[in-house]
Ligand binder design. Sequence first.
Ligand SMILES: [Zn+2]
Ligand SMILES: [Zn+2]
Ligand SMILES: [Zn+2]
Ligand SMILES: [Zn+2]
Length: 173
Amino acid sequence: MVFCLTCGAEVDEYDSAYYARAMLCIPCYIKKTSEASFAICSKCGLRVRQEESKQRRGRAYCGYCFSELERIDQLPECSLCARRIEAHQHSLRLSDGSIAHSSCAAKKWGRQIQVFCFYCGKETSHFKILPNGKATCPRCDKSASQEGGSKARHMPILVAVLRRIAGAERQQL
Ligand SMILES: [Zn+2]
Ligand SMILES: [Zn+2]
Ligand SMILES: [Zn+2]
Ligand SMILES: [Zn+2]
């Protein structure tokens, strides 16, 4: 004789699905599966099938949120704002070896920050963050326009010509 593990009801010995139902009678099995078959994602609230949900630090997540959290875990942490640095965000390495958002390095957060100039490698706290997210020391700051006069003279002819063409096209538009 076999019995249901939950309610103790007798189950037909020839019921071949008894073990497949984790030794439950049919009503208990239906009740159990309908209760336990869904999990609520702790992040987005989505209802997901139990077997499709993922566990992380004792919480259930849908597959999407789970892989998103796993992905975020892999991202480096900014040493200035303590947030994660997303792949699309500019970042740079400070001279203490830690990594930070370029935008945080530009803000400095009231801290003395030293970086290596992207161009000459010199360690400096008087740096500027370029639009490409790189740090530059004042000497290598190609974007400085104060001495633009002398720069223009040294500009290779081809570049000067290309700029003129680009300028002319812009005027036509
Ligand atoms: Zn039962
Ligand atoms: Zn989710
Ligand atoms: Zn940051
Ligand atoms: Zn430099």
